[in-house]
Design a protein around this ligand. Structure first.
Ligand code: 5GP
Ligand code: ZN
Length: 117
């Protein structure tokens, strides 16, 4: 299931270049083009669902597995000591790309990033 005009669907189809750090049959992880911290990664479902609310529950659970695996790799590579996971759902909540994805923000002491909560 994909969407002709969606940026992330285009990345998944290989029509827009990206730096891919993980892939399985249901998800890819790519580096965000505008990183908030070094290694800022997006874990993106290969199927085009807009938000978690219209994503099948099982796929939503598997998304967390993928997020965990990518995060463990970042720790192993020495690129993170902790994480903020950001999950924007809906335009009003700041979601710019309407294709379900989780932000992984690797954190290191002294990185200076200020969070909302
Ligand atoms: P959200 O929809 O949760 O607000 O965030 C979408 C994220 O996708 C943004 O952080 C933005 O920088 C990133 N993004 C948008 N277009 C591209 C692109 O073409 N390539 C990559 N790697 N990231 C993108
Ligand atoms: Zn899409």
């Amino acid at each position: 299931m994909d969407n002709k005009d969606c940026v992330f669907c285009k990345i998944i189809r290989g029509e827009i270049p990206s730096t891919k750090t993980y892939e399985d049959d249901k998800f890819i992880a790519i580096l965000d083009i505008n990183p908030k911290t070094p290694g800022h990664t997006l874990v993106i479902a290969k199927d085009h669902f807009k938000t978690l609310l219209d994503t099948p529950t099982s796929l939503g659970c598997e998304l967390m597995d993928a997020v965990k695996n990518v995060s463990l790799d970042l720790v192993k590579q020495g690129k993170a000591e902790g994480f903020n996971f950001i999950f924007n759902n809906g335009e009003v909540a700041g979601q710019i790309v309407p294709h379900v994805h989780m932000h992984i923000l690797p954190r290191k002491s002294g990185d200076g990033l200020k969070m909302l909560v």
